[in-house]
Design a protein around this ligand. Structure first.
Ligand SMILES: Cc1cc2nc3c(=O)[nH]c(=O)nc-3n(C[C@H](O)[C@H](O)[C@H](O)COP(=O)(O)OP(=O)(O)OC[C@H]3O[C@@H](n4cnc5c(N)ncnc54)[C@H](O)[C@@H]3O)c2cc1C
Length: 485
């Protein structure tokens, strides 16, 4: 029997589940198809950046994540001596949060269940095709075959995405040239410094930030490891300990691993994020060296960008063309992600005297606050801005000028009745927000956007450092400005 939904999401990893939350919040009928029956306890990601924390804050969820992680005011870039300093970010969260991906996935899954998504676990998608009316998925479960149809389908099915392949979307990029060993292990350390790093001219590199349950996430490579080992070759504890001794001179009595693995610098970006009624998000669109902890953060933001757009089209609030803005806005972010992870790969695996000089020079540059702030803004997702204004035009007839497509800062607004509210709080229901200051100015809305989709707040004064000179601001459900007058 065929089941029908507005949207079918293939892949119930963190990105697919977060997308389903956003769709459901907007009232869309959504099913997630996931082949696993149980959540994994292994955590690839351990770093959550400040724009992701803001994203969860926009939906009133951030405390759940903060309670499961540990904040760090700075983080490494290319394992350079000078770290990125997030303290200058104009945010409630000027930090990065160490939180295990398993915890992130659990929290997002809990939210999805609260919102009432249909979560089809133990369902492995096998064939996907689209026609004029929608997209059909056929696959298998332990109980036999299944068939599900959606008006739209989003492939959040990871790096080897079946959706991407069956939609015929190319995945060009660069093959792996080196691999790294990874182990979640216990170490006996002489002190409890948060980040243990080593980079030396013998050709060894190591990073060991805190992991879960008192363990460390040890990541290592050497020129020999780079050259010989395919990414699928899992290391043993002996391999890890031996390599650590080679790099660090000691293995700190390494023991008790919960996960030993290997990853590479294979870097690829989907040629398109959309083909007809099929979309891609998360690792299905971008893979790269996991340097400075960005892939999951970017994937969650992909979902945040796509969710409200799909919902608006399904509810008849916007024309189909709005959906093209997803690729226009998010693919450049994927390109930037690739550029900076490839640059970090060079910095982290270059041991010639010239390359060591380059490392020192870049590290010295990072000591300049303006340079540091700029890069911290990039890595944290904070400085993402959507200059292509197609998405905004669908909703507002206001002239697209300065201040459109930028992240709306979180300021306190005094309402007409004297009460105060933070702008980000106003976005918790995933609706549009219209703020007007002074004499009732308005950003003209497109006809299709119903009044009940917009929260209107009037204030006698514009907050400090908030859209200088503006009389009114229209804010998208994902917290970017859509119109400023
Ligand atoms: C060592 C390492 C460290 C990392 N550290 C960080 C970090 O600190 N910060 C960060 O932001 N990112 C990090 N990343 C990247 C991060 O782990 C990924 O970007 C993230 O897992 C992507 O999430 P996703 O939901 O797109 O894909 P996935 O997590 O891969 O989920 C895809 C889901 O789809 C399901 N699926 C696949 N095919 C099918 C099918 N045919 N039918 C049904 N279900 C299917 C899978 O079972 C899976 O549940 C790291 C990666 C690695 C390897």
């Amino acid at each position: 029997m065929e089941q029908s939904f507005d949207v079918v999401v293939v892949g119930g990893g963190p990105v697919g589940l977060w997308l389903s939350c956003e769709l459901r919040l907007a009232g869309v009928n959504v099913a997630v198809i996931e082949r696993r029956t149980e959540r994994t306890l292994q955590s690839r990601a351990g770093t959550m950046h400040s724009r992701t924390l803001e994203m969860f804050d926009l939906r009133g969820l951030v405390d759940r994540f903060l309670a499961c992680g540990k904040p760090f005011p700075s983080w490494h870039y290319g394992m350079l001596e000078t770290h990125l300093n997030f303290a200058a970010l104009d945010s409630r969260f000027p930090q990065t949060l160490r939180i295990q991906q398993a915890a992130t996935e659990r929290l997002v899954a809990e939210r999805a269940v609260e919102l009432g998504i249909v979560f089809l676990t133990g369902h492995s998608a096998g064939t996907i095709w689209q026609d004029q009316s929608g997209v059909t998925v056929e696959g298998t479960t332990d109980q036999g075959p299944f068939r599900v149809k959606g008006r739209y389908l989003v492939g959040c099915d990871g790096a080897r995405s079946l959706t991407r392949q069956q939609a015929g979307i190319a995945f060009p990029g660069h093959s792996a040239t080196h691999t790294w060993l990874l182990g979640d292990v216990r170490l006996e350390l002489p002190d409890d410094r948060p980040m243990l790093t080593e980079y030396n001219e013998r050709g060894g590199v190591m990073i060991a930030p805190p992991g879960a349950d008192g363990r460390r996430r040890v990541v290592l490579t050497t020129p020999e490891e780079n050259n010989i080992a395919p990414a699928t070759w899992e290391p043993t504890l002996d391999d890890m300990a031996r390599t650590m001794r080679q790099v660090r001179g000691t293995d700190y009595n390494m023991r008790d691993p919960v996960w030993l693995s290997r990853f590479s610098n294979e870097t690829r970006l989907a040629e398109n994020y959309r083909r007809g009624r099929i979309f891609l998000a998360g690792d299905a669109t971008h893979i790269h060296l996991p340097a400075a902890g960005q892939g999951l953060n970017v994937g969650l933001q992909d979902a945040f960008n796509l969710g409200w757009k799909l919902a608006a089209v399904i509810k008849g609030e916007a024309d189909e063309t709005l959906l093209d803005s997803y690729e226009a806005e998010r693919r450049p972010v994927g390109e930037q992600l690739h550029e900076n992870t490839m640059a970090q790969a060079v910095l982290m695996t270059a041991f010639t005297p010239g390359a060591l000089g380059l490392r020192k020079m870049v590290s010295d540059c990072l000591a300049f606050p303006e340079v540091n702030e700029k890069l911290a803004g990039k890595i944290s997702g904070f400085s993402v801005a959507y200059e292509d204004v197609g998405a905004m035009r669908a909703f507002s007839d206001a002239p697209c000028g300065t201040g459109v497509g930028i992240r709306v800062p979180n300021r306190r607004v005094r309402q007409a009745d004297g009460s105060e509210v933070f702008v980000h709080e106003l976005l918790s229901a995933g609706r549009w927000v219209h703020l007007s200051f002074g004499a009732g100015a308005t950003v003209p809305l497109a006809d299709a956007l119903p009044e009940e989709s917009v929260i209107r707040v009037s204030s006698s004064e514009r907050p400090q450092r908030f859209f200088e000179g503006a009389a009114a601001v229209l804010i998208r459900p994902d917290g970017y400005s859509a119109g400023v007058v």
